[in-house]
Design a protein. Structure first.
Length: 347
């Protein structure tokens, strides 16, 4: 059942974000569309985190008369989630209209060979994939072990809830800023400045005293605030690579191109599970161990895997994005004009 659920979500996720290049061929307009979508998804994910326990507890009490989180409460929560999921998916399916343009008049059917061509022969998509997977692995490697950081390094597991609060507030504030920011700087520099901000966050978290909770919060803000902006910058570059691939290879495939980002996120997420286990065992943060039981050498090892190596991955990611990604907003506009001219002439 879970496999079916996860697969259906992946289908929906790919289709949802693939709508963006189908609604507009203008980079600025796509940025606004992605901002609305990402802002709403941030509200949904963070809202669910806040609402899940109260909803489960309430319906458990209603059905069983007992407090806590029982099977009946989880069933009702799952039912509510399924209804919202289904209704909102149909709203998107029935409420959006794809743009009809000369760019989207695909000639003939796309073969399996064309699918691989759309990805492997799109050099900008390949460089972006490399940059993003390095970033995603570094990001998930850190976020996956922050609970261990609060439990064994800071010695205050009850303060771990601060991470969720900071991430939620940062996401809600940063996402709407993307269109305004890109009026002054290109998305390439949104990505680079975002990486620099996260590196500052790593530096603060790795050297701060366990008693300095205010400084820890500042480090978390530097780390979490740029994440959503980086995500949108990557999404917009992938969206624009649809026309780039069409211009370079003569093959347009929106869904295949946009499926790359969810694939990379899932790979990074899968790796994070292994990373948590590896760090836990290596640093002795398992079983009945307490913060006082963790030697200073183990804490240094923890910081190396949780902060220093992920930071190195992000630096490499930023360098690749800076020097290898040539598909700027200006370049995309030029490609769109050239494609429209050539395709109009061909018709």
């Amino acid at each position: 059942v879970f496999i079916i659920l996860d697969c259906s979500f992946s289908f929906k996720d790919i289709a949802f974000w693939s709508i963006i290049p189908a609604l507009s061929d203008d980079s600025a307009e796509r940025g606004k569309l992605a901002t609305f979508g990402r802002f709403a998804s941030s509200l949904g994910s963070n809202g669910t985190t806040l609402a899940v326990i109260p909803i489960v507890s309430f319906f458990t009490l209603i059905v069983t008369g007992k407090s806590g989180q029982g099977a009946s409460g989880w069933f009702v929560f799952g039912l509510i989630a399924a209804i919202i999921y289904g209704v909102t998916s149909w709203i998107v399916a029935l409420g959006t209209k794809e743009q009809e343009s000369v760019l989207r008049k695909q000639q003939g059917k796309t073969s399996l060979k064309d699918v691989f061509t759309a990805i492997t022969k799109n050099d900008q998509l390949m460089w972006l994939a490399l940059a993003y997977i390095l970033f995603a692995v570094g990001y998930t490697a850190t976020t996956a072990v922050l609970m261990l950081y609060f439990q064994y390094v800071i010695g205050n597991i009850s303060a771990f809830s601060i991470v969720g609060i900071v991430a939620a507030i940062c996401g809600i504030i940063s996402v709407p800023l993307y269109p305004s920011i890109t009026r002054f700087i290109s998305r390439k520099y949104v990505y680079i400045i975002g990486i620099l901000s996260m590196l500052i966050g790593y530096l603060i978290l790795s050297v701060v005293s366990p008693s300095s909770m205010a400084v820890i919060i500042i480090g978390l803000v530097f780390f979490y605030f740029p994440y959503q902006l980086i995500f949108i910058a990557v999404l917009m570059t992938i969206s624009d690579s649809v026309e780039y691939g069409q211009w370079k290879n003569g093959v347009r495939n929106e869904a295949v191109t946009l499926s790359l980002r969810p694939l990379l996120d899932k790979l990074a997420g899968a790796l994070s599970n292994g990373i948590v286990g590896f760090i836990s065992v290596t640093c002795g943060m398992i079983g009945d161990a307490q913060a006082s039981d963790i030697a200073s050498k183990s804490i240094v090892t923890f910081k190396m895997y949780a902060f220093y190596l992920p930071a190195a991955l992000m630096i490499i990611s930023g360098v690749i994005f800076l020097f290898k990604i040539k598909l700027t907003e200006k370049k995309h506009a030029e490609i769109v004009k050239e494609l429209e001219a050539s395709l109009s002439k061909g018709n």
